[in-house]
Ligand binder design. Structure first.
Ligand SMILES: [Zn+2]
Length: 402
C-alpha cells in the first residue's frame, strides 16, 4: 500500500500552496512517509495479499485520526497552531487505503488566538481554513452523507468526516450546533478532559454526568444528524448520553478499563451501553493509552487486546478502529501539551515508555497493519469487513441525515 513516492496517488498538491507568496513556516514539518522504519508484522505473502485485498474491496473507516502534518520538532506546535493552518497530509492519505477518516482537526490543542483550546473563533478558523485548502484539490474531500462515502469509494478518493472532540465551543447555545453542522461538522464529542456546560469530562475528580443543557444538546445533535462521540466524556456522562440519544452513540477512540486501568479507558458498563444504542467502539492507538497487562509495551498486540475484549463483550458488530494517529511525534505532542492533555493516563500501572507505537504510528500505515493482524489471527473476511468500516457505516446510516 505504502509508497516511497511522496506524490504517488495525488495530483501533487501540497497544503496551502495556493498562497502567494507561499506560506513560509519558520520550521520544517514532519514527513508524510518514512518518519519511522516500516513495520514488519511477519505476514506470509498470502496473508499480505489477503489483507491488501480486504482493504481494497471494503469501505475502510478510521473513526478518529488527525491526518495532518505536525512540525518536525513538536515544540514548534503551539506556534504552528497559532497560524490557524494545519497542513493536510495529502500524499500520506493517498497511500493509506482509507476510504474515510474522521478528522478531528486541532481538537484539544486548538489554540489559535490564545493558550486555552476550544474557543469558538479558533474552532471556526480551523474548520474554515482546512476546508479552504481542501477546495484546491479533489483527491481528499469532505463527506457529509453516507451517499458521499459510497461516492468516494467508487471514485478512489479519500473522504474526511469533520469532527470535534468536545462540544465546549458551543458554550450555552444549542443553536451553535446547527452552525457547526452547516460548516460541515458531522461528529462531536460531549466533553473533553475538563467538564463543560454539557457534562463531565473524564479527568474530573467527581463525575456529574450529563447536565440538563447537555440533554437538550444531545436532542439537537440527534435532530441534526450529528454523530455523538463519548470518548473523552466521564463514564456517567457517557451512560447518560446513551440513555438520552435516540441515535447510535459512538466511542470513536478508546479502549477497555478492564484491559488497562486508566481514566482514558471505559468501564465495561459504558462499552455495553454504547453497543446498546447500536453504536461502535473504535480502538485507539494513541501512545500509552491502549496498553494491556498482557502486553505492557504499547504495540499492535496491546491495542488488539482491547479490540478482542470489546468483541467478546459486546459483539464484533460494535467494534471498529480510531487509531488517533498523526504525521509527527505523537509522544512529543503529549509532552508539549501535558497541561491540556494530562489526566487521561494518571495512575497507570508500570509500563515501558515507547517513542511510538510500532505498526500504528501514522494514518498511512494503520489500517494495512490492522487488516494484516486480523488476517494473521484467523479473523474471517466478513468480520474483518465489519471492523474495518461496515459497522461504522451502518451506525452513520442510522445517524446522519440522508
Ligand atoms: Zn482524543
Amino acid at each position: 500500500m505504502a509508497s516511497s513516492d511522496p506524490g504517488a496517488g495525488t495530483d501533487g498538491y501540497l497544503a496551502y500552496s495556493y498562497l502567494e507568496p507561499p506560506l513560509a513556516l519558520p520550521f520544517p514539518l514532519a514527513p508524510e512517509l518514512g518518519r519511522v522504519p516500516p513495520y514488519d508484522g511477519g505476514l506470509t505473502a498470502d496473508e499480505r495479499a489477503r489483507a491488501d485485498r480486504l482493504l481494497r474491496e471494503n469501505v475502510v473507516i478510521s473513526l478518529h485520526d488527525h491526518p495532518v502534518r505536525f512540525p518536525a520538532d513538536m515544540a514548534d506546535t503551539p506556534a504552528y497552531n497559532r497560524t490557524g493552518r494545519q497542513h493536510t497530509a495529502y500524499a500520506g492519505l493517498a497511500a493509506s487505503g482509507l476510504t474515510v477518516v474522521f478528522d478531528n482537526l486541532m481538537d484539544g490543542t486548538a489554540c489559535v488566538t490564545g493558550h486555552a483550546p476550544w474557543r469558538w473563533d479558533d474552532v471556526v478558523t480551523d474548520l474554515g481554513m482546512r476546508q479552504a485548502d481542501l477546495a484546491h484539490q479533489d483527491r481528499v474531500v469532505v463527506v457529509r452523507t453516507v451517499a458521499d462515502v459510497a461516492r468516494v469509494k467508487a471514485e478512489g478518493r479519500v473522504g474526511l468526516v469533520l469532527g470535534l472532540e468536545a462540544a465546549t465551543p458551543i458554550e450555552n447555545e444549542v443553536e451553535r450546533l446547527d452552525v457547526l453542522h452547516g460548516l460541515g461538522l458531522r461528529q462531536i464529542g460531549i466533553a473533553y478532559s475538563d467538564s463543560n456546560a454539557l457534562g463531565s469530562g473524564l479527568a474530573e475528580p467527581r463525575d456529574g454526568g450529563l447536565t440538563s443543557f447537555g440533554r437538550r444538546a444531545v436532542r439537537r445533535m440527534n435532530q441534526l444528524g450529528l454523530a455523538i462521540d463519548v470518548s473523552h466524556s466521564s463514564p456517567q456522562t457517557a451512560l447518560d448520553v446513551c440513555a438520552v440519544s435516540d441515535r447510535p452513540v459512538l466511542l470513536t477512540h478508546g479502549g477497555a478499563r478492564a484491559v488497562w486501568d486508566i481514566p482514558r479507558m471505559m468501564p465495561d458498563d459504558v462499552l455495553r451501553a454504547v453497543a446498546g444504542t447500536g453504536g461502535v467502539i473504535g480502538i485507539s492507538a494513541a501512545p500509552h493509552t491502549t496498553v494491556s497487562t498482557a502486553h505492557p509495551r504499547h504495540s499492535i498486540a496491546s491495542v488488539m487486546d482491547h479490540a478482542e475484549h470489546v468483541a467478546a463483550l459486546v459483539g464484533v458488530e460494535h467494534l471498529g478502529f480510531g487509531p488517533d494517529t498523526l504525521y509527527g511525534d505523537h509522544v512529543g505532542l503529549h509532552t508539549v501539551f501535558a497541561d491540556l492533555m494530562g489526566g487521561a493516563t494518571v495512575g497507570a500501572p508500570p509500563h515501558e515508555r515507547v517513542p511510538y507505537v510500532d505498526g500504528l504510528e501514522n494514518p498511512t500505515e494503520c489500517f494495512a497493519n490492522i487488516a494484516g493482524w486480523l488476517v494473521q489471527h484467523g479473523w474471517s473476511d466478513d468480520d474483518v469487513a465489519l471492523v474495518l468500516g461496515a459497522n461504522a457505516l451502518r451506525a452513520l446510516g442510522e445517524t446522519w441525515l440522508p
